[in-house]
Write a protein that binds this ligand. Structure first.
Ligand SMILES: [Zn+2]
Length: 512
């Protein structure tokens, strides 16, 4: 479209061009105005200086290191110009994560004296079955395990102990020599190169603490290593830490069925998903949140997991965003916060007609929301009472949507159609005001792991991904049940290493 071309147009052609150019300009302006408050843009798209008080919690926990570093630098940099902040170039490093091929390896050099002894004797003869006495048994091999000691009553703080496990061999009167064995779980194709067994340097309670530091405290392997050296004078390689976390994932794996059962039986379930990365490939992290159970899955495809987890057995209410994948599921609920943000997007439009319509929709939603809150406070409202009380408001919203279902403005048309397509689902909370209005439960469950993803750049292997989702699920479920995830995961690791059935998930607290 050159200047000559424009001047060659007739006045009426120019009028048409002007109208079209204005519409394009409005569209681009609106796109520029999009923020997490009026569109589906995630809060992470906000610039750092734009953070509002609503997400200070996330920001504060996400960036304390940056603040600390700035503060400690002040005195030494007072006279010299401040160095430019180190900014990631955004270019992916050509190096693979972890130890580089040919790099110097660090074996375990730290020698610790053992404080406890744990002899393992064979109970009975493997030949004739006669019971064996420990007298005269010969030690044939041993390993040391470092663990956090069980707390004594009234004791504060943590104490490390080193236990020497010695395996003995006994000679029976029949002449057969029987050796005490340590348990090793058989190979599992789902857990390639993840060994599970008794012969371990890191004891179960220390392993549980490492899981807690990695997932709940979101520390990198290098930071955990630093932590253990600083506080306990204990040197563990990042390789050992990584192995410990994956082993813990394998140990808690049998609990998945119990959690899936809880999800299937939930009366109210919140579901949400967020992008994830495994070795740089795009994956999805799903959260299924029931009253006392939270289950995470990480998978490459979106829809498959929904049909796998939510089979016909699930008959509860399902709260979700407007994502297509949920549309076939019955008893759905829609998050009103998402709809209100979309209305706000229309209100912020530079097109006054669109803004006016958005304001009308926004008004009706706010009136209904107030009524829902009031009904909750008053209780004893028969089902459907609000629907008839606010029939005029509901009719007004419906008329607005009907009038704009073929509107020329993309955003207005999309929202009008979204309302009409999901009309009954969106209005369910009006007839049953005790149902939740937002999907905050699922969004909050994901928030912690979104920060973890930003720190760790996701997971690096299939086993690592599976361990992460399983351990995150157990930790969140323990938290929902007001139980210690550390001691519970430690008890699961202890049982799984010995080949015993793992203890059931902490009980649902009574009287809450
Ligand atoms: Zn014997």
């Amino acid at each position: 479209m050159s200047d000559e071309w424009v001047s060659s147009l007739t006045p009426s052609q120019k009028d048409v061009l002007l109208v079209r150019a204005l519409a394009e300009l409005r569209k681009s302006r609106d796109r520029l105005n999009q923020t997490p408050n009026n569109s589906s843009k995630p809060p992470s798209s906000r610039s750092p200086w734009e953070s509002t008080c609503t997400d200070t919690e996330t920001e504060a926990s996400a960036a304390p290191t940056a603040v600390d570093a700035g503060a400690t630098k002040l005195p030494s940099d007072a006279t010299s110009p401040a160095p430019a902040p180190k900014v990631s170039s955004g270019k992916p490093s050509a190096k693979k994560a972890g130890k580089q091929v040919g790099a110097q390896g660090f074996g375990r050099t730290q020698k610790l004296a053992y404080t406890e002894a744990s002899p393992h004797h064979p109970d009975s003869c493997a030949g004739c079955g006669q019971s064996l006495s420990p007298d005269g048994a010969m030690a044939y091999t041993a390993w040391d395990a470092i663990d956090i000691a069980e707390k004594l009553a009234g004791q504060a703080g943590l104490f490390l102990q080193v236990t020497r496990h010695t395996l003995y061999a006994s000679t029976c009167s029949c002449g057969h020599v029987t050796r005490a064995a340590h348990h090793v779980a058989p190979d599992d194709p789902f857990w390639d190169k993840v060994a599970l067994g008794q012969w371990r340097l890191v004891g179960p309670r220390l392993a549980g603490a490492i899981v807690f530091l990695a997932l709940r405290m979101r520390l990198s392997r290098a930071r955990i290593r630093e932590f253990l050296i600083e506080l306990f004078d204990l040197q563990l390689s990042t390789g050992v830490l990584d192995e410990t976390i994956r082993e813990a994932g394998r140990a808690v794996a049998p609990l998945e069925d119990e959690m899936v059962l809880d999800i299937e039986q939930a009366v109210l379930l919140h579901v949400d998903e967020t992008p994830w990365k495994e070795a740089g490939r795009p994956f999805w992290l799903w959260a299924f949140v029931a009253s006392y159970t939270t289950l995470f899955f990480i998978c490459s495809r979106g829809l498959e997991i929904l049909s796998n987890v939510l089979t016909a057995k699930f008959t509860g209410n399902l709260m979700s965003d407007g994502y297509q994948a949920y549309r076939h599921l019955g008893r759905r609920l829609r998050c009103w916060a998402h709809l209100i943000r979309k209305c706000q997007g229309l209100i912020d439009s530079t097109d006054s007609r669109v803004a006016r319509t958005g304001k009308g929709m926004h008004e009706v939603l706010c009136i209904l929301m107030e009524a829902i809150y009031a009904a909750r406070a008053a209780q004893a409202q028969p089902i459907g009472a609000l629907t008839s009380l606010h029939a005029t408001d509901i009719a007004r919203l419906q008329a607005l949507c009907e009038r704009h279902r073929d509107d020329g403005n993309d955003k207005l048309r999309a929202l009008a159609r979204e309302f009409l397509l999901d009309w009954d689902v969106i209005l369910r909370q009006v007839s049953e005001p005790e149902l939740p209005l937002t999907n905050n439960a699922a969004e909050q469950a994901l928030r912690h792991w979104v920060i973890a993803r930003r720190i760790s750049m996701g997971t690096r292997s299939e086993a690592g991904t599976r361990a992460f989702a399983l351990l995150a699920s157990v930790i969140e479920t323990c938290r929902k049940r007001s139980a210690s995830s550390w001691t519970y995961i430690a008890s699961v690791i202890a049982a799984a290493r010995r080949g015993l059935a793992v203890p059931a998930l902490p009980a649902i607290p009574v009287g809450v």
